[in-house]
Design a protein around this ligand. Structure first.
Ligand code: DX5
Length: 220
């Protein structure tokens, strides 16, 4: 199939110039912008809320997805949709009523995504595929950018690809964490169609555009 979409994560961006960073990520050719929302409870780091996302909405015409790495996502779903996120991704580990949460995201008019940490089995999503637009398979332990990709997750990506195939559902598969020119092709071949890249793009010495082009070349 044609190449995967590179999703630009703003986690390691220059927060003093966030609007410009979002604009330059967009100009660099990413297909989506990902907002890594962290509450210092579910993950040992804290980032931004919906007001920051809303302030950056006008700097990009690319879809925004909110990756809610928070202990209690339900009360904030509507705020991130209102801030301009087309996709809301919750963590299976924080949603005891996951089917209801996914249905709520869709009722809000957004695409429903669920992320699973490296140790979380896919059984957590087996019975909610009908309510799911996207699954994010974490290829690092969530919380920080610049971590090492976990190759063992490729088996999980392939397992998810087979599960989606058998279900006949159009569930997109995304990987998140440690994507670089060294890991992108293997992640894609394992079955991912969306690759989140943070540090590989944001801290590339040649700039964001060169970084995105290099990632695409690495998969050719
Ligand atoms: C981890 C974050 C990161 C980020 C991408 O919680 O989800 O994976 O999106 O960061 P890099 O590409 O630097 O691993």
């Amino acid at each position: 199939s044609d190449e995967p979409v590179i999703v630009g994560s703003v986690l390691g961006a220059d927060y003093a110039h966030l609007g410009n960073e979002v604009a330059s990520l967009t100009a660099a050719g990413v297909g989506r912008i990902q907002w890594d929302v962290m509450d210092r409870r579910f993950v040992p780091n804290m980032t931004f809320g919906p007001d920051v996302v809303a302030a950056c909405r006008k700097y990009s015409n690319m879809p925004f997805e909110a990756h809610l790495m928070v202990q209690d996502p339900d009360p904030m779903l509507a705020d991130f949709v209102a801030a301009g996120c087309e996709t809301i991704i919750v963590h299976a580990e924080t949603c005891p009523h996951l089917l209801r949460t996914l249905a709520t995201i869709r009722e809000l008019g957004a695409q429903a995504g669920v992320a699973v940490n490296p140790s979380t089995p896919l059984d957590f999503v087996r019975y909610v595929l009908d309510h799911l637009d996207e699954i994010v398979i974490m290829t690092v332990n969530p919380g920080f950018g610049g971590q090492k990709y976990i190759p063992a997750m490729e088996e999980k990506v392939s397992e998810m690809r087979a599960l989606v195939g058998r279900s006949g559902r159009a569930v997109k598969i995304e990987v998140d964490g440690g994507i670089s020119t060294a890991t992108a092709k293997a992640a894609w071949y394992a079955g991912a169609e969306l690759l989140v890249a943070g540090s590989a793009v944001l801290s590339h010495p040649g700039g964001k555009k060169a970084a995105v082009a290099e990632l695409h070349r690495a998969m050719a």
